[in-house]
Ligand binder design. Structure first.
Ligand code: GTP
Length: 407
């Protein structure tokens, strides 16, 4: 997804709860934190269950084994079972971590459970106060991304605690006031911490997104440049009309084959191919048809060669072929095949043009030749001899005289 201005960390807007002002961005951010939040809530629920059960020992020490203890135990088991069920549900469906019902239900059960311990153990004021402080902080730390809910549950906790103290543990006004102040300070610190945390985590998320977008853009740019480079390399080595190698690329490849032939002592044959009476075709039917004929001859010849053979456009209506590992007999057979292939080309124009034909000059590289120049010259001479002898034929250029293979 491309970076929009509102997703840049420097200009991102936030709500008073330090959430993203843009609801789409906020929901994207929440989706990105879902797995982490679910895992965190699972651990928190299991820890809360363990703590609630552990405090059962303290209950027993304080109230003995009477009716109050039975109630306390029932309450503790209810809270612990709810927490464990939530942890299991979150493990199976992590998306519950961002749903209203599970989070609020577990807050209601846990806080109500804690408040219920007050009338049942009304002589443990300091323990209750400490528990309320711990739960109050835990709400800020463990309820993910929901500051308004955390504030609401803290309000319920403080109001419940105050009511319970007034009803079951009457304390001097001064003590109650300072404890409420203490709770207020805890909530202030918790609220500010969560606001800062919310903002920082969101800014971090935006920075990460921006970095990813930049990387993606760079990746796309690199791919585009590679593609351009491939295209440039291709057009620098290809004849744009016929799609064959151009003269420069042909000689690069043919010289590589010459080196290989010298090294391995294998033969290398060269063909010069020229379309017969091409000027007449051009003059009678126009250059467009001339181009069509060039393309047809080029693709016909290419189709008749092996992948290891090299064919290029030498210039105008002339083509050049290098046949690695080809003896004279093989070269003559292939040249004949090409000549026949061109004779079979039927251009779809009216009135039907005369049959296309080519004349081919063949030369073989000598064992002591280290450049293509000599063989090229011999093939050219053979070609012109073929033209002089009536065209549409293959002529081999032997060391001495020239031999016409077919007229
Ligand atoms: N349509 C077209 N014509 C081209 C192209 N390149 C060269 N030609 C034409 O090819 C013709 C070559 O003519 P010539 O060299 O006289 O050869 P020819 O008419 O084939 O005669 P022979 O080779 O003796 O049979 C010229 O008219 C060039 O203008 C091209 O890319 N497209």
């Amino acid at each position: 997804m491309p970076v929009s201005l509102s997703t840049l960390p420097s200009v991102a807007k936030f709500t008073p709860w330090a959430e993203f002002d843009d609801p789409t961005l906020e929901s994207r951010y929440r989706r990105s934190t879902l797995a982490r939040d679910a895992c965190q809530m699972q651990h928190a629920a299991l820890l809360a269950a363990a703590l609630f059960l552990l405090f059962g020992f303290a209950d027993h020490a304080q109230v003995g084994t009477g009716r109050a203890f039975a109630w306390l135990l029932l309450m503790r088991f209810t809270v612990a079972a709810s927490c464990i069920l939530l942890a299991i549900a979150l493990r199976r469906q992590p998306r519950l971590a961002h749903r209203r019902l599970p989070i609020n239900l577990i807050c209601l059960i846990t806080i109500s459970g804690l408040l219920l311990t007050i009338p049942l153990r009304s002589n443990a004021f300091s323990t209750h106060l400490t528990s309320v402080l711990v739960v109050s902080m835990a709400l800020y730390l463990l309820v993910p991304n929901r500051l308004p809910w955390t504030l609401a549950w803290n309000a319920y906790l403080i109001a419940g605690f105050t009511a319970a103290v007034l009803l079951w543990m009457p304390a001097p006004v001064g003590v109650l006031t300072s404890n409420l102040l203490l709770l207020g300070v805890v909530n202030l610190v918790g609220g500010i911490t969560q606001l800062r945390l919310n903002r920082l985590q969101r800014l971090q998320y935006l920075s990460l997104q921006e970095e990813r977008d930049t990387n993606r853009r760079l990746q796309a740019e690199i791919e585009e440049r590679c593609q351009l480079e491939r295209q440039l390399r291709h057009s620098a080595s290809t004849d744009h009309l016929t799609g064959l190698y151009n003269r420069r690329r042909f000689f690069e490849l043919a010289e590589r084959e010459l080196c290989r032939a010298c090294r391995n002592g294998t033969p290398l044959a060269l063909f010069m191919i020229d379309i017969d009476h091409f000027k007449k075709l051009n003059d009678s039917y126009g250059h467009r048809i001339g181009d069509q004929a060039l393309i047809a001859v080029a693709s016909g010849c290419q189709a008749a060669l092996r992948d290891t053979d090299i064919i290029g456009r030498y210039g105008g209506e002339e083509f050049i072929v290098a046949l690695p590992d080809a003896t004279l007999n093989t070269a003559i057979t292939i040249a004949e095949r090409l000549r026949q292939q061109v004779n079979d080309i039927a251009l779809s124009i009216e009135p039907a043009p005369p049959t296309l034909s080519v004349t081919l000059g063949i030369s073989l590289l000598y064992a002591d030749e280290t450049t293509l120049d000599g063989a090229l010259q011999r093939a050219d001479q053979a070609l012109y001899a073929g033209k002089a002898r009536g065209r549409n034929q293959v002529v081999v250029a032997p060391p001495g005289t020239l031999t016409a293979v077919e007229a």
